[in-house]
Design a protein around this ligand. Structure first.
Ligand code: FAD
Length: 417
């Protein structure tokens, strides 16, 4: 990591309202035409733009964002990264992503604060333990690093858990992936944005896509709040807004949109050095580098576009957490928020050309698309550049919902985030 600023220049800029600093990316006016337009400047859209320029030499690209870049789910998630999925199609996608994350800071020259502190997925009953052993076997057969831990090993990793004999959520073991961990979510968006901008990509913020330009049965561009922008290939990476935009393009997607919530406590000294997931209670928890305890739960049960937290979910999640970690009773909560996530019938993402030719899909990430940003960007860039699937994205084509070749990860690996 190189720094452009000495301590002295930092002090000078601090006293000078930072007037001498170069913005990390430009704010260009939209051009009337691009080779490719990507809707959505979340991690998926920005990574796609970066790989289009870097791997395919396509630089006449606009990323169009209705708000600010990284302000969607990319800036709202709980930052868990892992590749311990069940099906080979999923492990190919998520393990590519983990491998790309492992070198991303160096590649972008941006500190994404990747911390591979491992993920402990708790097992709460002997029957579940049998299933966990099968899952670990399947992961290992797929070439993904995962191991089965017994109670003593879990106790070593998470000594502050409630292991009392009358605990409400007793532990019988865990599935453990040591390479899993967390990364700073804003930094992932900012790193890709800066790198894409430097390769000539136009990132256009405060610009909402309102309609698609459809001519001769094909998508020829978009009508935005800042006028018409034409492109013969349009990519959609809008997370919880996929259904809304699909309706504007004249088709329906097999997705349901829900609010997913999370919250953080006040910062405390280091106390939890892994990501802990309890699929049975729906609660998962880690500690940020700042010291905040980052707490997430399951999906809201009612579909909605309400992008905010509420008390019933908070109560469910926190009551599960406190049974598992009684010492967290002393903590005060700092913030609670929500994001809109699009869930498919098999809890796996959708890639591919849409029923409207010229419009391509990257979506249906549900609760787990942050970890997939580098791989999602790689395979979506391939799709937009060549018009055909990367071998890793092919099984995730929309057509699987017609053919029945589902990749049911909710049933397979049982955890979402
Ligand atoms: P986003 O970051 O949402 O980007 C989409 C962008 O499209 C938005 O910025 C939006 O403003 C823009 N947009 C929408 N409509 C339009 C329009 N009409 N015109 C222009 N722009 C538009 N994943 C994990 O892997 N690990 C986790 O631990 C995890 N935890 C999560 C916790 C919470 C609380 C939430 C909400 C999500 C979590 N996720 C997690 C999921 C993950 O955040 C998402 O799957 C991922 O960020 C999706 O990235 P994206 O770029 O597709 O979407």
């Amino acid at each position: 990591m190189t720094s452009h600023y000495s301590a002295l220049s930092l002090l000078k800029e601090g006293l000078n309202a930072q007037k001498g600093w170069r913005p990390a990316w430009r704010s260009p006016e939209p051009k009337p035409r691009y080779d490719v337009v990507i809707i959505g400047a979340g991690g998926q859209g920005l990574a796609t733009a970066y790989y289009l320029a870097k791997s395919h030499g396509i630089r006449n690209v606009a990323v169009i964002e209705r708000g600010w870049l990284g302000g969607g789910n990319t800036g709202r998630n709980t930052t868990a990264i892992r590749s311990n999925y069940f099906y080979p199609e999923s492990t190919a996608l998520y393990d590519l992503s983990l491998r790309l994350y492992e070198k991303l800071g160096r590649e972008l020259n941006y500190n994404i604060m990747l911390s591979q502190r491992g993920m402990v997925q708790l097992v709460h009953s002997p029957a579940e333990m049998e299933m966990a052993a099968r899952m670990v076997n399947a992961m290992q057969v797929n070439g993904v690093q995962a191991e089965l831990l017994d109670v003593a090993q879990v106790r070593k990793l998470v000594p502050i858990y409630n292991f009392a004999s009358d605990a409400r959520y007793p532990v019988f073991g865990a599935i453990y992936q040591a390479r899993a961990g967390v990364a700073r979510h804003d930094a992932v968006a900012w790193g890709y944005a800066r790198a894409a901008d430097r390769l000539g990509i136009d990132i256009i913020q405060q610009c909402e896509v309102r309609e698609f330009l459809i001519e001769g049965g094909r998508c020829r561009g978009v009508l935005t709040s800042r006028g018409e922008i034409r492109a013969d290939r349009v990519g959609m990476a809008v997370a919880g807004s996929s259904g809304v935009l699909a309706a504007k393009a004249g088709f329906r997607l097999p997705i349901t949109s829900y609010t997913l919530q999370a919250c953080v406590s006040e910062p405390v000294k280091p106390i939890l050095n892994t990501v802990l997931v309890s699929p049975a209670t729906g609660t998962y928890v880690s500690q940020s580098d700042k010291g905040e305890i980052v707490i997430g739960g399951g999906l809201d049960r009612v579909p909605s576009y309400g992008q905010r937290g509420n008390l019933p979910m908070l109560e469910t999640t926190i009551s599960g957490l406190l049974e598992m970690f009684p010492l967290f009773r002393q903590l005060r909560l700092l913030r609670q928020w929500g994001g809109t996530v699009d869930v498919t019938p098999d809890s796996s993402p959708i890639f591919g050309e849409s029923p409207l030719l010229g419009l391509f899909l990257n979506g249906g990430w549900g609760t787990g698309g942050f970890k997939a940003i580098p791989a999602g960007g790689t395979v979506f860039a391939h799709l937009l550049a060549t018009g055909s699937h990367h071998e890793i994205s092919r099984p995730f084509d929309l057509s699987r919902f017609g053919s029945g070749h589902l990749i049911d990860e909710a049933a397979g690996s049982g955890i979402a985030h």
